[in-house]
Write a protein that binds this ligand. Structure first.
Ligand SMILES: *Cc1c(COP(=O)(O)O)cnc(C)c1O
Length: 424
């Protein structure tokens, strides 16, 4: 324990870090509280520097599917550290990782390791453009694919023709080729292909949207995207940075029986260390340097410590065939309890170990319905949960993540606090 408190650390942090944080959502701006500075975490529990021990449903935004500091993973990381932190030269574990990926996710015939989800999506899009020799891409409103320039867009006033940067510092020219469609709306995609039949390199999608809160795909939506991309000679990219190894061992593509051309991974694949990967069909991936003309590189890519953590995590998931059933059951129990306690004051979306409680009476099926949620009501709920030892996302538009370290007692305690909140 340090003698610091979150209040004091936050005051110091704000002087030297924008918003006092290194990634915006951590600043708790959406919920009007002081962020908790974390001391340590083990299993399903996270402890802040103030000495509060909480049940954690953020799980570092997804990587922590086994819970925190799993001893089997930590052991492998320690052993890897003893052998050296980085060499900038190929190592055996990178080969093992690419082989395991191809085995667990058959569409990943050839892959390239990177160090974040942002790099994975940015690079996959570059490959898709290089392969198709086309410039435009389609993304969906409310889907997040990291913070590269071309992906920080929102629809302009004439959505069919213009996208505008969604961040200062992104030149309008850099988002000119990013077309924005509506999640779960085949018509919006059709219209873009009809307007630009020979110019669209790829569609990128979160197969389960999880960055506008959790919004599962409507029946037939992913199949439709698979068909229309094929029809127009565009590639289909699954951004599985959240869904990979979480919805199923083979990700959303196994869960929904869809084969994308390219996929991107992050979060769980690093087991808590910075790793990302992109890959897919061999003929497409041979475009990547040094086999082909699409340049992409990384000093720390395939880092020996990060691949040790990632491989250990994936091997544990692979060996435990019941894990996805347990995660689904525990998360469904939480979802049912909230629906029962809150009635039509909220709409709960849940699929596998992903879940969102939207503070709206409407069904949430896309970006428009997600944003009907009352963020002030969410902030109130968040504060109550935090004060009662339950650590959930400090934003209405993030997922709850359930890990395999969450015990029956954790789930029951969480349900009890939720019931208490909604009874008031
Ligand atoms: C988190 C996330 C990313 C970006 O990953 P980083 O490692 O944060 O760069 C990309 N796509 C999706 C779907 C994500 O949830």
């Amino acid at each position: 324990m340090t003698d610091q408190t979150s209040e004091l650390l936050y005051m110091r942090a704000k002087l030297r870090l924008p918003g006092g944080v290194n990634s915006p959502v951590r600043a708790y701006q959406a919920v009007g509280r002081t962020p908790r500075f974390i001391q340590s975490a083990k299993g399903s529990h996270i402890t802040d520097v103030d000495g509060n021990e909480m049940i954690d449903y953020v799980c570092s935004w997804g990587p922590g599917i086994l819970g925190h500091a799993d001893s089997r993973v930590i052991e492998k990381v320690k052993a890897a550290c003893e052998e050296g932190l980085t060499f900038g030269a190929p190592t055996e574990r990178e080969v093992e990782m690419a082989e395991l990926l191809a085995q667990l996710v058959p569409s990943m015939e050839v892959s390239r390791l990177v160090s974040s989800g942002t790099e994975a999506t940015m690079s996959a899009i570059r490959v898709a453009r290089g392969y198709t020799k086309r410039d435009k891409i389609i993304k969906f409103r409310g889907c997040y694919h990291g913070h590269s320039d071309g992906l920080l867009v929102k629809a302009g006033s004439a959505a069919l023709t213009t996208s505008v940067p969604d961040s200062a510092g992104v030149p309008a020219d850099f988002t000119r080729h990013t077309l924005v469609a509506e999640y779960n709306s085949p018509d919006s995609v059709k219209a873009l292909f009809e307007a630009y039949p020979d110019e669209i390199a790829a569609i990128i999608v979160e197969p389960v949207a999880a960055n506008m809160g959790v919004v599962p795909p409507a029946d037939g939506f992913l199949e439709f995207l698979r068909e229309i991309t094929k029809h127009y000679g565009a590639l289909f990219i699954f951004d599985e940075v959240i869904t990979g190894f979480r919805l199923a061992l083979g990700g959303a593509q196994e869960y929904f029986h869809i084969t994308p051309d390219l996929s991107t991974f992050g979060k769980i694949i690093g087991g808590g260390m910075p790793v990302g990967a992109y890959g897919g069909r061999e003929d497409i991936m041979r475009m990547v340097s040094p086999d082909g003309p699409v340049y992409q590189a990384g000093t720390l890519s395939g880092n020996p410590i990060a691949t040790a953590a990632g491989l250990a995590t994936l091997r544990i998931l692979e060996a435990d065939t019941d894990i996805y059933m347990r995660l689904q059951e525990n998360t469904a129990m939480l979802a049912d309890a909230v629906r029962h306690a809150a009635g039509n004051r909220v709409h709960v979306n849940q699929i596998g170990s992903l879940m969102s409680i939207f503070f709206t009476g409407e069904d949430v099926t896309d970006y428009d319905s997600a944003t009907t949620a009352d963020t002030k009501a969410y902030a109130d709920y968040f504060g109550f949960m935090l004060d009662h030892g339950i650590y959930v996302a400090p934003s209405q538009f993030e997922s709850m993540f359930v890990s395999d370290a969450h015990t029956d007692a954790d789930i029951q305690k969480t349900i009890h606090v939720m019931q208490e909140y909604f009874a008031e």
